[in-house]
Structure formats: structure tokens, C-alpha cells
Ligand binder design. Structure first.
Ligand code: GLP
Length: 271
């Protein structure tokens, strides 16, 4: 695991965007797994800048989003401004600002009438695309990736899940309060890729910032592997891992000295 610690949100966003840009440049047809939440916004802004100012080309890139609230999505009959879906989030923060093709964008359909069939279809589409080359991840305060709440099996696949009270609180504050949607009205269920699905990707980039994440980052990276902190499955992952975090999120880690040393050594030896 490469654990990269930087002082500011801006620095981790630029570093993360650079990893993604490098993969897109070396494989223009790469398949990216994308995350939502406030954490990757800076990374997406930097990708947009790289596209506009340096011509980073997304025309052949395919993307699969991690998750979506059930009961939300692109519904053209609803006023767009009221839609708090992740589909809208992705459109606003990234897709409308780069040259990705609409047909190459995959996001779980929160409006599906047949969630079970949809989840199977989504898994099949990931396989058809050749699997995910680089999965971008944030982390929830309860340790989740996507919406894999505590108690999700570490082998789980794309499926419908109920959200925990803590996740509802966090996402209400971040995304629903300002849209004048009450906590009762916000969706309490979601479709998420499973931990097993995520672990099949070929590379992981996990990003975290701020003191709110320091406890869970320490549990995820240095605690026991447990279904109570589903992202702790990262410790079993076999592909390349970059964890990019700021000083505040790194605050409760015990081995930061070693992680910084490893980063220097890796650079020195071109690893
Ligand atoms: C949501 C998303 C996760 C995300 C998490 C953290 O629950 N489903 O994919 O990692 O929020 O969000 P934030 O980055 O806003 O802290």
C-alpha cells in the first residue's frame, strides 16, 4: 500500500487527479470506477482543468459509478434542480465539463423498477467492459466504501442496501439540507457495488481528508480486517493501492513515519 500524506486538500486533490490522468494517458480506453461525496470534488475539478488546459482526453474512457440512492436518478419529468441523485452530482462535477461520451457512462439506476435484475445487469456490464482498471474511493465515517455499511460481507456484490443512521445524517448535512429536502424524505435505500466487486478492480485510489475521517482511516488501514469497517478489506487487496490523505485524516495513524519513509524510498527506486 502506498500511503501518501500531504498538508492540504488541494494537494491531495492534485495528487489524486495526476494518478488518474496518468492512467488515462497510458491507456486511453481505460475503465474508471468513480465515487461521489465531497471528498473527490477537488480531484474532479483538477481533472476538468487538465482536460480544458492540457487536453486530457476522455473520449474513449468508460466509467462505472459505485452507487446511487434508490428513488433518485435522471428523471426528465422531474425538475432537475430538485434531483439530489449521484447521477446529477457526477454530471455537474465532472461529466458535463469533459469530453466523455454519454454511452460510456454507467451509474446505478436509482429509478429502476427491478433493482435485483438491474444489479445483475450492472455486474455483467462491468465484466463486459473488461473489469475496472482504476477504482476511485472515498470513505464514509463508518468505514464504508460506496454504501457497504457495517455488516456487509467482504465478498458482497452489487445490490440494494439500507443506509445507517450515521450515513443518513452525514449525507443529509452534505447534500439534502441545502436542497430543502427533509431527512425523512431523503432516500433511505441505495444500490451499491459490493466489496467483492470493488476488490476485483485492478487498482485502487482511496482519498480522504479532514479530522472527521482520522478515526476511521486508522481503523481501515491499521485495524483488524472486519465487516464492521468494510473498507478494511483494502488490507487483503492484491492490486496496486494508493491511499491519498491529508494531515488531518492521517492524525490517528500510528505508522506515519514509516509511510513517509516508504514514499521516499519508492520514489528513489522508481517503484
Ligand atoms: C457517501 C458515498 C460514499 C462516500 C461517502 C463519504 O456515503 N456513498 O461513496 O465515500 O459518502 O462522503 P464524503 O466524501 O462527503 O465524506
Amino acid at each position: 500500500m502506498n500511503i501518501i500524506i500531504r498538508h492540504s486538500y488541494e494537494q491531495i486533490s492534485k495528487y489524486s487527479a495526476q494518478i488518474i490522468a496518468n492512467r488515462v494517458k497510458s491507456n486511453p480506453r481505460c475503465v474508471l470506477g468513480l465515487a461521489t461525496g465531497s471528498t473527490p470534488i477537488g480531484t474532479y475539478q483538477e481533472l476538468v482543468r487538465l482536460h480544458k488546459e492540457e487536453g486530457l482526453d476522455f473520449s474513449q474512457v468508460k466509467t462505472f459509478n459505485l452507487d446511487e440512492y434508490l428513488g433518485t436518478g435522471i428523471d426528465l419529468e422531474k425538475p432537475y434542480s430538485m434531483d439530489q441523485s449521484y447521477a446529477r452530482f457526477m454530471h455537474e462535477e465532472l461529466f458535463k465539463n469533459i469530453n466523455i461520451k454519454q454511452e460510456n457512462i454507467f451509474i446505478p439506476n436509482g429509478l429502476t423498477k427491478e433493482p435485483k435484475n438491474f444489479c445483475k445487469w450492472y455486474e455483467d456490464e462491468i465484466k463486459k467492459a473488461g473489469g475496472i482498471d482504476l477504482q476511485i474511493l472515498g470513505i464514509g465515517r463508518d468505514g464504508h466504501w460506496g454504501f457497504n455499511e457495517p455488516g456487509s460481507s467482504l465478498g458482497s456484490r452489487t445490490r440494494v442496501v439500507a443506509l445507517t443512521e450515521q450515513t443518513l445524517d452525514d449525507n443529509y448535512e452534505a447534500f439534502y439540507k441545502n436542497a430543502n429536502i427533509s431527512r425523512e424524505q431523503m432516500p433511505h435505500f441505495a444500490i451499491t457495488m459490493g466489496i467483492g466487486t470493488i476488490l476485483e478492480s485492478r487498482e485502487i485510489l482511496m482519498i480522504a481528508n479532514g479530522s472527521k475521517k482520522s478515526g476511521v482511516i486508522a481503523k481501515c488501514l491499521e485495524g483488524p480486517v472486519t465487516a464492521q469497517i468494510t473498507s478494511s478489506a483494502i488490507q487483503l487487496y492484491s492490486g496496486e493501492i494508493n491511499v491519498v490523505i491529508d494531515d488531518e485524516a492521517a492524525y490517528e495513524l500510528k505508522n506515519t513515519h514509516h509511510y513517509r519513509h516508504m514514499e521516499k524510498m519508492n520514489k528513489q527506486y522508481g517503484l
